[in-house]
Design a binder for this molecule. Sequence first.
Ligand code: ADE
Ligand code: ZN
Length: 337
Amino acid sequence: MKTEEFIKTIPKAELHLHIEGTFEPELMFKIAGRNGIKLKYKSVDDLKKAYEFNNLQEFLDIYYTGASLLKTEEDFYDLTMEYLKKAARENIVHTEIFFDPQTHTSRGVPFAVVINGIHRALKDGEKLRVKDHDRGITSKMIMCFLRHLSEDDAFKTLREAIPFKEKIIAVGLDSSEVGHPPSKFKNVFEAALKEGFKTVAHAGEEAPSEYVWEAIELLKVSRIDHGNRSISDPALIDEIVRREIPLTMCPLSNQKLKVQANLAGHPLKEMMDKGVIVTVNSDDPAYFGGYLNENYLAISTALSLSNDDIYRLAKNSFTASFLDYNTKQKMLQLIKL
Ligand code: ADE
Ligand code: ZN
């Protein structure tokens, strides 16, 4: 089967997806309109012209501006439902989405508005039909702390999350990486682990491999988000393989944010060959020019991946998920060739 067809057909899980990063310009105009906000851009095309980034921070500045349009539970519901409908068309059967509560609570939007809007859409997503399957999309939520803010602020957010504990599988760490190492959040991650949350963290996206070591040793992460820079440190790769810590990689994001000079130099295949459990994901697809299948296709083309490689990546997406053992086995049955 042709690569493109194979990618479209195979069932997949997505494990690194910021729900605020799925905010498409068309929906921005719609939501801004109903919230009485006037955008400084005249049209969708005008807005899209701003999507040229030289690094992570240039992207984040625009991403937080976009997210600031979200105000009501309905806004969070519509945002999430639009993503789920696209995911269903891509044969995504399970998704684990990040949300950034501080981006909203800092503007006066209550934590409950954010989580209830997203969660209600995720529940309705179970009733959607995934393209080639007689089933909907299952999902989990991961609450990220913004690393450019203080650990005290993260603690405040953790306390706000406790009444909604059953809806959140893990805590994560995102936003501006360099200068905000995992060690800054050691105490709040320790508290989150005590509360029963799993932990993940963005690490080694722009910052060096030391940040990945810290995420593993201090934050006790179950997965590393991105992790590109780990490749420069053979001892770290050995440790990631030994501990079976999956990496959730995002090719188009890395290209757009210039984390990799070009996709042909992306470490994904080398990591797979060294035994790392690598997965492919879309990160912030509304900003980076492609959803999950386009990420699979871009990296497959750049690195000449075979269908066997693609099959392994899809299988890894279930292995690396936070599904319980029995559900994981059932999902893995779905991709038996
Ligand atoms: N928030 C949204 N996308 C992100 C990324 N790629 N890195 C860090 N924080 C983010
Ligand atoms: Zn991310």
